[in-house]
Ligand binder design. Structure first.
Ligand code: EPZ
Length: 427
């Protein structure tokens, strides 16, 4: 295992290239199951979760080729070919390591009429049920069986008829599974209260490039007119809005000026609004977002919400920044029940934070002092990195395999803008 050693106090300055979006790539990859033709994804981030997903797809007989990319390049081009599927089972051994594996259920069901996926189980931020995924697929005509820790979805002989489903709770993954399954249904499907995240827009754009017919892209009312088959396509993964927001917080906590190359301001609205409210200067153009200091940091009250609200995936990172604001901030985490795992570790660095249920109060400014801290989940780990960049002295962040799931070559990107950070082996 590795750890990161950060010596705080450097003001970040320069340009950070933003990689392809993890949470888009994880729903674009399974689209390859929907056709026997090659699907090529460009700007695919080099992440542990992406490698894991490609390995899972290999279990089904999906071939993938990585087109030549230099070691120094960020991202890569991967072509997937699901010409002939040799299995329709996603085994526990793989699914337990990556809950996004559930996103093969819908496309595998649509392609082969029969899909079996190990139940993913919970994770550090909550029990993460999949009931909405299953309800949506049943509404499209699937029969669902739960046996021995696996879920099996079966389509009628002639394929999924399609149908209508109103999501009682907005769910990104369940929306993605339903849209992918509906793309090959015999009829039309109508999804209401669907998630509107930009990653779902990316998914719909790839499916349309593959020949799908989808109306209401980017809205909470999505209609999919099923097609008898889809063809191959080449598609570029959208930039990672959460990675960009994370580095924006890193720049802001050091009082630095950093250009986030590739970031799309129109997909980061709530995050950029929060940063401006905190007192960070944010400017943007068609190809980037730039953050710079604009006076002392101000306390705010923030609530996470489904898109276009403030992303829950930005909560931990903003909390670190708010430890330096002049006053008390309040954060409300409405999406997951246990997304304050970073708080005890931030406290060990001197942060003054109280939590009560899903609400956290951050008293600032609190001088941060470097410490040995432990990463617990992906975004909590990033919040510790952000705190370490502002802390006096040295911070050691351990178990950074959590970070490697979602941040491509993080220490290289931060070093590009002057951070004193290095990755070393951890005994
Ligand atoms: C996606 O997870 C993201 N992951 C998460 O990012 C992100 O935090 C989340 O959406 C919310 O934006 C990927 O895209 C791979 P949900 P997902 O279904 O799809 C409940 C990161 O750090 N729910 O929108 O699993 C659920 O428990 C990760 O990059 C049900 O009750 O999230 C949660 O409270 C973390 N039943 C809420 O809905 C279901 O069947 C939203 O979950 C599904 C979800």
């Amino acid at each position: 295992m590795d750890k990161l050693i950060i010596r705080g106090g450097n003001r970040l300055a320069g340009t950070i290239p933003i990689s392809g979006a993890k949470n888009s790539a994880l729903t674009l990859l399974p689209c390859a199951l929907l056709t026997d033709e090659p699907v090529t994804l460009r700007n695919l981030p080099r992440l542990a979760d992406i490698d894991g997903f490609q390995h899972l797809m290999g279990q089904f007989g999906v071939a993938h080729t990585i087109q030549g990319s230099r070691p120094e390049d960020f991202g890569r081009v991967v072509t997937l070919e699901a010409t002939r599927l040799t299995s329709s089972v996603a085994p526990y051994e793989l699914v337990r390591k990556m809950r996004a594996s559930i996103l093969v259920l819908g496309p595998m069901l649509a392609r082969s009429g029969d899909a079996t996926v190990s139940l993913p189980g919970g994770c550090a931020i909550g029990d993460r049920p999949i009931d909405l995924h299953l309800q949506a697929l049943e509404a499209l005509g699937a029969r669902i069986e739960l046996t021995q820790g696996y879920v099996r979805a079966i389509a009628p002989d002639k394929g999924l008829p399609g149908g209508s489903f109103a999501f009682p709770v907005v769910s990104v993954g369940a929306t993605e599974n339903a849209v992918m399954a509906a793309a090959l249904a015999r009829g039309s499907s109508r999804l209401t209260n669907a998630a509107r995240e930009p990653e779902i827009v990316d998914l719909c754009r790839l499916l349309i490039a593959m020949g799908a017919e989808i109306e209401g892209v980017g809205t909470s009312e999505i209609t999919v007119h099923g097609q008898p088959r889809l063809h191959g396509a080449t598609y570029r993964v959208m930039p990672d809005r959460i990675e960009a927001g994370s580095y924006a917080c890193a720049a802001a906590i050091t009082g630095g000026t950093v250009r986030l190359e590739g970031a799309r301001a129109d997909e980061m609205g709530a995050t950029l609004d929060a940063l401006r409210a905190i007192g960070v200067e944010v400017t943007s153009d068609a190809k980037s977002v730039t953050v710079s200091p604009n006076g002392p940091l101000r306390p705010v009250e923030l609530t996470t919400d489904p898109y276009p609200g403030l992303a829950t995936d930005m909560q931990a990172q903003l909390m670190s920044l708010l430890t330096q604001a002049n006053g008390d901030s309040v954060l409300h985490e409405t999406i997951f029940e246990n997304r304050y795992m970073h708080v005890p570790e931030l406290r060990r660095m001197g942060a003054r934070i109280e939590t009560s249920g899903r609400t956290a109060t951050v008293h600032g400014p609190a001088p941060l002092v470097g410490a040995e801290v432990m990463a617990t989940d992906l975004r909590a780990s990033m919040s510790l990195i952000i705190a370490g960049l502002a802390a006096r002295g040295e911070t050691q962040v351990r178990r950074i395999y959590h970070l490697d799931r979602g941040y491509e070559r993080l220490e290289e990107k931060l070093a590009l803008v002057g951070a004193d950070i290095q990755r070393v082996g951890d005994d």
